[in-house]
Design a protein around this ligand. Sequence first.
Ligand SMILES: [Zn+2]
Ligand SMILES: [Zn+2]
Length: 322
Amino acid sequence: MLIDKIFKISLQNTPAQAEPSVINVYFINEPPRTLIDTGIKSEPSIDALRNGLKAYGLDLTAIERILVTHGHIDHYGLAKRLSSISSAPMYVHREEQGGLQRIINSLDFRRHVFLRNGGPETMVDAIEKLAISAMGFADNLEDVLFLEEGEVIPFESTMLKVIHTPGHTPGHLCFYLQKEKILFSGDHLIKNEVPFPDMHVVGSSPPFHYMGLKEYLASLKKIEQLDISTAFPGHGEEICDVKKLIVGIFDYYQNLINRVSLSLSERKTPFEIVRELFPDASLLFKIFGLYKILGILEILKEKGMVEWEEKGEKDYYFSRGK
Ligand SMILES: [Zn+2]
Ligand SMILES: [Zn+2]
């Protein structure tokens, strides 16, 4: 049974990242032996991975192939180092190439976008600091091979199907063992959680479009069609009832959409909505909240339910008819 050859190894996340504190990587012990995601680049992380494999009588050189679900450092930080130890090629979706470096390269643009949306300077400074300090926990995601939607990754006795699930990041991938009804869900599905969507800013001048949430919900619909008995996520426990989790996430967003609509009887910046709906959230969760709100405003704007206007280089939204 292939399921007996799937080893879950849990590694510590960065100290700054209080939540989630643990990242799961999965080793499929069938030729070509494959690691799905890697954890951050740190000595404790590589030691834990080494020990995790040792428990099965293997070492790091047993890795023949590295698949990366997406370009967040907890999922790829160690990839280059592992690849140099084992000579395993690294695979990722084209849009995730570079990983964190892509964000670092676009810091000025992101600052502009956060400020337009009513984000305070202090928050923008804090995000930049966080991004720059995170650079120490990952080697650049380069010299990689690309995977695309529908591609098939062969093993001796089975195959893994590549499923492009944009949303959490533009090039997020899930890997599906169709025969075994197993999904490696990365950060697309996490038990008892609603993963945050990417901002995914589209456009070069205002109004910008924020596509992350719309893409995420479309990807959820795609996953809902699959026959899955167990999903192995990038964080937390295995998910046995995938359909129920997906329904819960749709409900969560429907509820949030309603609350945002109600809140827009007065004109507001997106960050004012974040403050109103997530008053007690930490800085990091306010940022994730902003990504959700921007995604919701995009959906409502498209449906003609909210209007956008620019004033003093800030973006304001309000319900139609007000
Ligand atoms: Zn992620
Ligand atoms: Zn993650």
